[in-house]
Write a protein that binds this ligand. Structure first.
Ligand code: HEC
Ligand code: HEC
Length: 269
């Protein structure tokens, strides 16, 4: 009886033990699956988080950059030219006016009526030059850069131009400037003189009105050495037949004024 009991107990014990082992394995397996799933879920969560971070990151960066740039002093002309403009203007690539070349800058300076005009032109872009030279350049930096390039070309765009325009009551200075190297104030003076002498009632720089566009006059006589003398005489005494049948009446200008006006007209491009 006791032997039978013993073997019965043993069988029972082994069964229970087996069941427990099986249960344990089952539990371990289940736990493994659950944690795997959990990992997967967390993994995708962190990927989502990364994606969100990615999406907000640029916004944050831009805001930071802007906040940083606003109080920062604008770059000097030299810096901007070195960073952006030099790519074309240092070498004359794409026919950009070359830094240091008065020949290439002066006509543009005159045609745009000075630094302000050049800044406008550069903001808008011109020909193969993209707006602002294709760079992230503020108006002020653009102005600095152009002033720098003009200075390198020996063109005084800054205080000189403004001073000359503000002080036309000093004729000696005005004449010296008109005759001298500084063509910028001369151009401003001359166009003011053309205005005050009534030339601009019949002429515009770029468009035909009653008289021919001054740019067309300049183009017609380019390379003609005797043109200044002949045109001075014509401005003074009037004439007809060159541009059509409408006559230009005699103008009330001195030799010196007529010479300045004609030289200015012929310098336009
Ligand atoms: C990709 C080449 C390139 C870059 C970069 C460039 N430019 Fe120019 N730029 C040109 C070319 C080409 C012209 C002549 C355009 C024409 O007259 O058709 C020019 C002309 C100009 C003019 C004269 C415009 C006029 O109306 O005559 C100014 C001023 C100027 N650039 C300023 C700048 C400044 C300032 C920078 C830098 C912020 C700059 N450029 C960068 C190519 C460039
Ligand atoms: C009443 C209108 C009128 C006024 C004012 C006037 N012009 Fe003219 N101008 C003309 C006409 C018209 C012509 C074309 C004459 C011709 O065909 O020969 C002309 C021609 C010219 C030419 C080119 C002459 C040539 O032979 O090619 C010049 C330079 C010129 N004007 C300068 C001036 C200047 C400088 C002033 C001011 C001092 C002035 N004009 C005032 C109407 C005018």
């Amino acid at each position: 009886m006791s032997a039978q009991n013993d073997s019965g107990f043993l069988r029972m014990f082994l069964f229970v033990l087996g069941a427990l082992v099986a249960f344990t394995i089952l539990i371990m397996f289940a736990a493994g699956t659950v944690s795997e799933k959990l990992e997967e879920k967390q993994g995708s969560d962190s990927r989502k988080q990364a994606a969100i971070a990615e999406r907000i990151k640029p916004v944050g960066e831009v805001a930071v950059a802007k906040a940083g740039a606003a109080p920062a002093a604008p770059r000097s002309g030299k810096e901007v030219v070195g960073a952006v403009c030099g790519a074309c203007h240092a070498t004359g690539a794409l026919n950009a006016p070359k830094i240091g070349s008065a020949d290439q800058w002066q006509p543009r300076f005159d045609a745009n009526g000075g630094l302000d005009g050049l800044v406008k032109s550069a903001i808008a872009g011109k020909g193969s030059m993209p707006p602002r030279g294709g760079g992230n350049v503020s108006d002020e930096e653009l102005r600095n850069a152009i002033a720098y390039m003009l200075k390198e070309a020996g063109i005084d765009a800054g205080a000189g131009g403004a001073k000359a325009a503000a002080a036309p009551d000093n004729p000696v200075q005005a004449v010296t400037q008109a005759a001298g190297q500084s063509a910028a104030p001369a151009a401003e003076d001359a166009s003011a003189l053309a205005q005050s002498k009534g030339c601009l009632g019949c002429h515009q720089v770029a468009a035909k009105v009653l008289g021919p566009a001054y740019k067309d006059v300049a183009a017609k006589y380019r390379g003609d050495a005797g043109a200044v003398e002949r045109l001075v005489a014509k401005v003074k005494s009037g004439g007809t037949g060159v541009w059509g049948q409408i006559p230009m009446p005699p103008n009330n200008v001195s030799d010196e004024e007529a010479t300045r006006l004609v030289k200015w007209i012929l310098s336009l491009q």
